[in-house]
Design a protein around this ligand. Structure first.
Ligand code: SF4
Length: 287
């Protein structure tokens, strides 16, 4: 792993494309991801972003934005003003192209310092998105932030299997992520399980029933078709993920599988689909 400490010029990125429906800004404390060589890294949508990759191999590099918190505080007033023009909302998606609680966070604590900066100047809405139960390292800060802004936690849980044959292990076990969901839900912090990209499920009824008993707010279901930014999933089709999915359940490669799973999930929980789900729009019980 090649690690570089970098000084960023900006940290709040005005969103474009897919994320426009989700937030006004994205925030990425790192470039690259230390989970890139685990299962989620195989189908990770970011690896097709040539601007970020710059010819490097996904999972083999991380640039650490060591001045991220300082730049947040220096630029937040301007970005908040921009986002709020025409009655908009200053909403931050943290993070869209890296994981805020990847292994290097324990060394550098860039994410932690950003959360501290947000205590000084909070966004209107904040979505924390991670694959890792290590976000519990910052539980106290997350709890206090949830009192001063509209905060929602998204934990990526692609399905009900810990491993998909043909892929490396996940960044964090399924049980660890389910435990994190439970801890957050018990503290009444809004938390959502994101099945993104949706893996073939072994027992969908049992899985969604379990999630609903944990007390999470909703699930988001996102297939790699459209989810990877292409209408036919062509970016993901170049990776090992589709073959692993097909081996477990061939029909999971079709978009209709997402819709079938969403119908089952709606029996138990509010469900959001793809970008609108990431934006917090759900349908189903209680909606
Ligand atoms: S944790 Fe997220 S950003 Fe990192 S490799 Fe996995 S999917 Fe990609």
């Amino acid at each position: 792993m090649k690690v570089a400490e970098i000084h960023c010029q900006s940290i709040l990125t005005r969103v474009s494309g897919y994320l426009k429906a989700v937030s006004s800004h994205s925030l990425n404390p790192y470039v690259g991801c230390g989970f890139g060589r685990s299962s989620c890294g195989e189908g990770c949508y970011v690896r097709s972003n040539q601007w970020l990759m710059r010819g490097r191999e996904w999972g083999r590099f991380v640039d650490v934005k060591i001045n991220a918190a300082e730049i947040y505080l220096r630029t937040v007033a301007r970005e908040k003003k921009w986002a709020r023009k025409d009655g908009g909302c200053f909403s931050v998606f943290f993070s869209s192209s890296t994981d805020p609680w990847q292994p290097l966070e324990r060394t550098y604590r860039v994410t932690r310092r950003l959360l501290e900066a947000m205590h000084e100047v909070p966004p209107d809405q904040l979505t924390l998105q991670t694959h890792s139960a290590s976000l519990l390292d910052d539980l106290e800060k997350i709890q206090t932030l949830s009192r001063i802004c509209d905060l929602r936690i998204h934990i990526s849980i692609e399905g009900d299997r810990d491993r998909l044959d043909g892929l490396p292990p996940p960044p964090c076990t399924l049980e660890e992520r389910l435990t994190a969901l439970r801890k957050l839900a018990d503290l009444k912090i809004p938390v959502v399980a994101c099945l993104s990209p949706l893996y073939p499920l072994k027992a969908p009824d049992a899985f969604f029933s379990r999630l609903s008993r944990i007390g999470i707010r909703a699930v988001v279901i996102d297939h790699f078709i459209y989810g990877d930014g292409t209408p036919d999933g062509s970016r993901t089709l170049k990776t090992k993920l589709p073959r692993a999915m097909a081996r477990a359940k061939p029909e999971s490669l079709n978009l209709s599988y997402r819709d079938r799973i969403a119908r089952i999930a709606r029996k138990y929980l509010p469900v959001g689909i793809s970008a609108s789900g990431f934006a917090g729009h759900y349908s189903g019980p209680g909606q």
